[in-house]
Design a binder for this molecule. Structure first.
Ligand code: ASN
Length: 337
């Protein structure tokens, strides 16, 4: 096997140690990994190098600037490696996988995110299996997209979601079939994989204030939406509505606030609060209201991908019609056309 893989350790439970305050990410991941691999048939693993970031985070502390750092590391090392494994906390892994997929609009190698629910340092853990599986997939399979690999599931990164807080099967892609399953055999759904393309990085300077995400709820006050939409620097809103994309349209003040925002150039992407299915703005009169005021239907995109897509596109300077057009169609397989 001649492929060489770069592992990035960014933080997350996989490399945490227990302290009096709970689990905390700790340096020295590679030494702990080598200890664990000692008894394994490492000859079967692809060759790898490991970069450990100086500032390791619990991914609950992730901000969009971290996406820029990961993407820049990948860009710097793209030519020297055949695949990349990003070790990441599970809490925001789906956001980062989505953001990376939009920052790498063209790629010819695998970028596989994984992590664990129990740290590698614990006797009983899911860390080693997840890491070994991700390495084997990156080292042996012709994958040219950003994926999440967890508990034997290979998922499109921008379709993935953390669906369980306390199981090893923490990740799924509820609205899209898995790209593969690693059990006794590695079964890749090759027909679902995105085709390889000329590598291209589009890495923005992120403004964390540019995008917000709000779920509607019974009785949501119009002035809450209004206040958010008047925040300085806001360029996009992910609005999580009910069912097939229905907002509480009987609240005229709420709809008027949304309309003023779209008229003022803020992109509003309408997504469903349901795990499965898609937005269909117009099946109900409530949803049709959003068509009239310029809200963009988000099809079957996940909240994580919707947020990341808006962050990346606005960060790259897209606005107006080009932004609306890009939000309304799949860029990296994140939604169904
Ligand atoms: N809080 C941790 C993190 O996201 C959870 C984990 O990785 N399992 O960094």
């Amino acid at each position: 096997m001649s492929r060489r893989i770069l592992i990035l350790y960014t933080g997350g439970t996989i490399g945490m140690l227990s302290t009096g305050d709970g689990y905390v990410p700790m340096p020295g991941f590679h030494d702990r990994l080598l200890q664990q691999l000692d008894s394994r048939a490492t000859g079967q693993l692809p060759a790898y190098d490991l970069i450990e970031y100086g500032h390791l985070i619990d991914s609950a502390n992730l901000v969009p600037a971290h996406w820029q750092r990961i993407a820049r590391t990948l860009a710097e090392h793209w030519a020297q490696y055949d695949g990349f494994v990003v070790l990441h906390g599970t809490d925001t892994m789906a956001y980062s996988a989505s953001a990376l997929s939009f920052m790498l609009p063209g790629l010819d190698k695998p970028v596989i995110l994984t992590g664990s629910q129990i740290p590698l340092a614990e006797l009983r853990n899911d860390a080693l299996d997840n890491l070994i599986t991700a390495l084997l997939l990156a080292g042996n399979c012709d994958i040219a997209e950003v994926c999440v690999c967890f508990n034997g599931r290979l998922l499109r990164g921008n379709r993935s979601r953390k669906v369980r807080s306390d199981g090893f099967d923490a990740f799924d892609s509820p609205n899209f079939p898995w790209l593969g399953r690693v059990g006794i055999d590695i079964e890749l759904q090759t027909h679902r994989l995105l085709p390889p393309s000329e590598p291209r990085f589009e890495i923005p300077d992120f403004d964390p204030a540019a995008v917000v995400m709000i779920p509607v709820f019974p009785g949501i006050p119009a002035d809450l939406i209004e206040t958010v939409l008047q925040r300085p620097g806001i360029r996009g809103l992910v609005l999580q509505t009910y069912g097939v994309g229905n907002p509480p349209d009987a609240d005229r003040a709420l709809i008027a606030a949304l309309e003023r925002a779209t008229a003022g150039g803020i992109a509003i992407l309408n997504i469903s609060q349901c795990q499965q299915g898609a937005v269909s703005q117009g099946t109900y009169a409530t949803g049709a209201t959003l068509n009239r005021i310029g809200v963009i239907p988000g099809a079957d995109i996940t909240p994580e991908a919707a947020f990341a897509k808006l962050q990346v596109l606005t960060g790259l300077g897209l606005a107006g019609d080009p932004l609306r057009e890009a939000l309304g169609r799949p860029l990296r397989g994140e939604c169904t056309a």
